[in-house]
Design a protein around this ligand. Structure first.
Ligand code: KET
Length: 447
């Protein structure tokens, strides 16, 4: 048995055990939305022992919302942008790009290569690392098209589990609920580092430095590139620089999850600064990019995994191994969404139009923050709600507890995740009073 196979078998073993642990744990997770496991056994089925799994803590909120017959209801669960009219938004540039694609009679539906659309990959790297990035110029970056942000994280996880010397990955506490599941099933061993301080509703910078400082040398560290989910709390650029120095001194491997580029500040370049800081020192890192939010391409499942390496030679060998991860998983990625993105990114005018539409989405979210804050102040809701204004990106981490959330859902038909996170992108002016009433009542009743 060669080294590679031995390593794969160990990873597969870890995956199986992790899956077992996960399934055992999930039968007693209280997501507030869980449908109790049905004891009915259907004799005759080889699957009659299968126990009902709980709904996903985030996507399950939408399932519950859809079932609610109330004419007035509000879904602030999933991070998906809605207009002032409460409707999903297809960006104008996306419609334009799709029209161009349809009218181009030379286009075919052939399989893409395993790594996806070449133009899309090049342009995606440029978008996150910057047009004049030396790493790109020196061919030290490999980029592969993946199934949105989630698929990029999973492909990276599997690659790391097979080819990296350290299988421990540190994720922030708290983080996006899917992170621990994705990485555990990929074969990595998940640990957390302190990130959020509930008492200050800000960054626990000291705790973060201590935890990364005592992480084993070489450990992988998952970082939210901007607009941290669910807390809305990002390090300042000075704090990022501090984190970078610490991580490089301990050879910790940075792995950025970039699901909200442009949604934090409204500027694509500004939101990429933390990533570019780490690339500028010449060191290595990984980046998982999603176009779900910033181009509104949620269901098209379009994203990219980039790995920055020390040399072009290593980059090309790493890419060859990414292909061996992808081919048996889903063979090759879908063509439509990536073609939309490439069409927009390579055309100066379309790109410009995108930045305007993106800024408009970010600005509407900021207006919702102001309106919600004012509405709570007008009601005299007890507590300091300035964090609604201070937090960054799509979400407000309200500080409401799971009982208060359950109360708001039951009495006001306001849906959100049980950790108190609300998607500000799902809010609109008409619904602010309902949300403010619900929060006010929850705080008064269940303090
Ligand atoms: N990373 C982060 C931090 C993230 O919040 C999401 C999605 C993703 C990756 C993956 O998105 P994708 O659609 O695979 O590109 N978050 C929202 C949606 C979800 O949970 O699936 C959310 O937190 O509501």
């Amino acid at each position: 048995m060669n080294h590679h196979h031995h390593h794969s078998a160990a990873a597969a073993d870890r995956r199986l055990n992790a899956l077992r642990r996960h399934l055992e744990a999930s039968s007693d997770i209280d997501s507030g939305l869980m449908i109790s496991p049905s004891p009915t056994s259907s004799p005759g089925s080889v699957f009659s022992h299968v126990v009902r799994a709980p709904e996903d803590p985030i996507l399950g909120v939408t399932v519950a919302y859809n079932k609610d017959p109330s004419p007035v209801k509000l879904n602030l669960g999933v991070g998906a942008y809605r207009t002032e009219e409460g409707k999903p938004l297809v960006l104008n540039v996306v419609k334009k790009a799709e029209r161009l694609l349809i009218n181009d009679s030379s286009r075919v539906k052939e399989y893409l290569p395993i790594v996806g659309l070449a133009d899309f990959n090049k342009l995606s790297a440029k978008l996150i690392f910057g047009a004049d990035s030396p790493a790109i110029k020196e061919n030290r970056v490999t980029t592969v098209q993946c199934l949105s942000g989630s698929g990029s994280l999973r492909v990276a996880g599997e690659f790391l589990a097979h080819h990296y010397h350290q299988c421990v990955i540190y994720i922030p506490q708290p983080t996006w609920g899917n992170h621990p599941k994705v990485f555990t099933l990929a074969g990595l061993s998940v640990k957390t580092y302190r990130y959020y301080d509930p008492t200050t509703r800000g960054l626990n910078f000291q705790g973060l430095l201590e935890d990364l400082g005592s992480a084993p040398s070489g450990a992988i560290v998952l970082l939210h590139a901007c607009a941290h989910n669910p807390t809305g709390v990002d390090p300042t650029i000075e704090q990022w620089e501090h984190i970078r120095k610490l991580m490089r001194s301990k050879a910790l491997l940075p792995f950025f999850d970039s699901a909200y580029q442009g949604f934090a500040s409204g500027s694509l370049d500004a939101d990429a600064q933390p990533v570019r800081l780490f690339v500028a020192d010449g060191g290595e890192c990984l980046v998982a990019q999603s176009y779900a939010k910033n181009l509104g391409l949620y269901g098209e499942r379009v994203g990219a995994l980039s790995i920055v390496l020390r040399s072009a030679d290593v980059a090309s060998r790493v890419e060859s191994q990414l292909k061996t991860v992808i081919r048996p998983m889903y063979s090759s990625p879908p063509i439509h969404g990536a073609s939309i993105v490439a069409t927009i990114l390579k055309d100066r005018n379309l790109f410009q139009e995108w930045t305007v539409e993106l800024k408009a989405m970010a600005d509407r979210i900021i207006r919702m923050r102001q309106q919600l804050f004012e509405a709570l102040r007008a009601r005299g809701t007890p507590g300091d709600w300035t964090h609604i204004l201070k937090q960054i990106g799509m979400f407000t981490f309200t500080g409401l507890n799971s009982e208060q959330v359950a109360f708001m859902t039951k009495e006001y038909h306001v849906y959100m995740t049980s950790d108190g996170r609300i998607s500000m992108a799902g809010l609109n002016t008409k619904m602010v009073p309902l949300l403010a009433d619900a929060i006010h009542a929850a705080v008064m009743r269940l303090r």
